[in-house]
Write a protein that binds this ligand. Structure first.
Ligand code: SF4
Length: 163
C-alpha cells in the first residue's frame, strides 16, 4: 500500500476547508492501492483551521523538541502535529506502507520544502513533521511534484485489487 496525503486525492481536509486534488493521483486512486490520510486531522485539528508554520526549524527539529509549530493566530499547535504524525506512522506500519506521496510545503506533509515560519510565503528546504517521522522510520517519500505515471507504476499503484 502507498500512503497518500488525503487532500491530494480530493478530500477536503486542508486548513482552508478545501482539497488539492492531483489529476494523476486521482486517476490511480481508483485502483485501491492508496491509503489516504490527513495527519493534521489525526491530530484533532479542525477543518477549516488557521494556517500553521514551523518556527525556527523543520519537522526533524519539531520531533527533537527544538522547534515548535504556531498557527497564524499565535496558538501553539505543536502537540497536535506531533500526535498526528505519530498516529500516521502507526497506521502506516500496520498497513506495511513502504512509500508515501505527500503534499509539498505543508508543515505536516512537506517532503522537500516547507515555509519558514514567518507567514510571508518564504520557502525553505526542510520536511514537515509527519514526513520527517515517516522518513526516520525508513518509508520512502515522494511529493506530488516528484511523481510521474511511470513512478506510480513502479511503486505498484497500477495493480488492480478486485473482489
Ligand atoms: S496535513 Fe497533509 S493531508 Fe492534511 S491537509 Fe495538510 S497537506 Fe493535506
Amino acid at each position: 500500500m502507498i500512503l497518500v496525503s488525503a487532500c491530494l486525492v480530493g478530500h477536503k481536509v486542508r486548513y482552508n476547508g478545501g482539497a488539492d486534488a492531483h489529476e494523476l493521483l486521482m486517476k490511480y486512486n481508483q485502483k485501491g492501492n492508496f491509503i489516504a490520510i490527513c495527519p493534521e486531522c489525526l491530530g484533532k485539528l479542525p477543518i477549516p483551521r488557521p494556517p500553521a508554520e514551523i518556527i525556527n526549524g523543520s519537522g526533524q527539529e519539531v520531533l527533537a523538541g527544538t522547534a515548535k509549530i504556531m498557527s497564524k493566530l499565535a496558538d501553539d499547535v505543536t502537540m497536535n502535529f506531533v500526535t498526528g504524525a505519530e498516529t500516521l506512522l502507526t497506521i502506516a506500519v500496520q498497513y506495511g506502507v513502504k512509500a508515501a506521496i505527500l503534499k509539498e510545503r505543508s508543515p505536516s506533509c512537506g517532503v522537500h520544502q516547507i515555509y519558514d515560519g514567518t507567514f510571508s510565503g518564504t520557502k525553505i528546504v526542510g520536511q514537515g513533521v509527519a514526513a520527517a517521522l515517516l522518513s526516520q522510520r525508513g518509508i520512502k517519500l515522494y511529493s506530488e511534484e516528484d511523481i510521474t505515471e511511470q513512478m506510480l507504476k513502479d511503486l505498484g499503484a497500477a495493480e488492480t485489487n478486485e473482489g
